[in-house]
Write a protein that binds this ligand. Structure first.
Ligand code: FES
Ligand code: FES
Length: 161
């Protein structure tokens, strides 16, 4: 099978890579683009471990053909840190013990970031609803929602200062 060329904006940088026609976006991002934070869990759109931000929206990359990434603007957890400073979501996940094995964490963070990008002051219910498609097998969901609420406050204060 002949490969296809994919050009995308990944975490703010223009990148190019070759994908097999049947390759999924999660496989392309991990194996070709080196985005090891993007995890494949269920592979059928039910766990959220593979969540990326695709043209501003949180999506499951296990269900997406790599070809769909061509021309897209994509964010992964690798792009959260800026100038050596962790993102408020990363800090809050650590502060609230919202990470245990960490397998699910990048997916939760991408979903949370997509929410906060569009809705900087979400209610607890909105956060819970936004994260409903992400499964965690070891940390309580309470700590994860606490972390997102905390990060939203830190981000609002940062934006206001
Ligand atoms: Fe994509 Fe589970 S691996 S939703
Ligand atoms: Fe282990 Fe969520 S921290 S699956």
């Amino acid at each position: 099978m002949s490969e296809i060329t994919i050009t995308l904006t990944l975490n703010g940088e223009s990148r190019e890579g070759r994908a097999l026609p049947a390759q999924t976006a999660v496989s392309f991002l991990r194996d070709v683009m080196g985005q090891k934070s993007v995890k494949e869990g269920c592979g059928i759109g039910e766990c959220g471990a593979c969540t990326i931000i695709f043209n501003g929206k949180a999506v499951n990359s296990c269900l997406m053909p790599a070809a769909q990434l061509n021309g897209a603007v994509v964010e992964t957890t690798e792009g959260l840190e800026k100038n050596g400073q962790p993102h408020p979501l990363q800090e809050a996940f650590v502060k609230h013990n919202a990470i245990q094995c960490g397998y699910c964490s990048p997916g939760f963070m991408m979903n949370a970031k997509a929410l906060l990008d569009h809705s900087p002051s979400p209610s607890r219910e909105e956060v819970t609803k936004a994260l409903a498609g992400n499964i965690c097998r070891c940390t309580g969901y309470q700590q994860i929602v606490d972390a997102v609420m905390d990060a939203s406050e830190v981000m609002r204060k940062g934006a206001a200062s």
